[in-house]
Write a protein that binds this ligand. Structure first.
Ligand code: SF4
Length: 201
């Protein structure tokens, strides 16, 4: 079986935290590793829960537009969230829930070995840069545990606060430049999933 399909099937059966209760289905993530870009968002919302796909609403539309702006189709990137079941009432995911769901992030990173992991919003950023301010570090990639992490604002934040949109567009341009100017083979390859420690909370 295709590794991503195998992971998705396991995510659907996951009961490692209580978030699965009351949801329609899990939202494991979708896309491909073709571009080397791996997006990590926050959590599924209502429409994502209904469809089993990440970023299907207005934020997803904006993400697709931003990708098109740098010449990429959504199908060429991988998109997932820090938790893969919808939190009740769209509340923020709790630290224990995010920690429980780390196993799937590790599995996806191990399967895809992306060139860059783009965190969308403060929940995903906080996994790699705890205590940092997204306003301060967005658009500045840093290598964390062998993975290049590129923090950005969440597209939903730019929809709520249009003044953030130029920053998001500039960060996508910076991402395109990074990919064009950074060798495809990382100097420091990501360690095997079972040796990663960067997700400890
Ligand atoms: S949110 Fe993650 S850890 Fe919790 S049940 Fe769903 S897949 Fe498992």
């Amino acid at each position: 079986m295709d590794p991503l399909a195998a992971i998705a099937a396991e995510v659907q059966a996951c009961r490692a935290c209580p978030l699965w209760k009351g949801t329609t289905q899990a939202v494991p993530g979708e896309g491909s590793g073709e571009s080397g870009i791996f997006f990590l968002g926050e959590a599924p919302g209502f429409h994502e829960d209904q469809q089993g796909r990440p970023f299907v609403g207005a934020a997803g539309q904006l993400l697709a537009e931003l990708l098109a702006g740098i010449g990429l189709d959504r199908s060429k990137v991988f998109i997932t969230n820090v938790v893969r079941h919808r939190p009740p009432g769209n509340r923020d995911p709790l630290p224990d829930e995010v920690a429980a769901c780390d196993i799937w992030l590790r599995r996806h990173l191990d399967a895809l070995q992306p060139r860059v992991l783009v965190t969308l919003g403060r929940h995903a950023m906080g996994k790699f840069f705890p205590g940092e301010s997204i306003s301060r570090i967005h658009g500045k990639p840093r290598v964390v545990g062998g993975v290049t992490v590129f923090p950005m604002f969440h597209p939903a934040a730019a929809l709520r606060q249009p003044s953030l949109r130029p920053s998001l567009m500039a960060d996508f341009t910076a991402l395109a430049i990074f990919l064009a100017t950074t060798p495809a083979v990382a100097d420091e390859p990501a360690p095997p999933a079972d040796q990663m420690t960067l997700f400890g909370r």
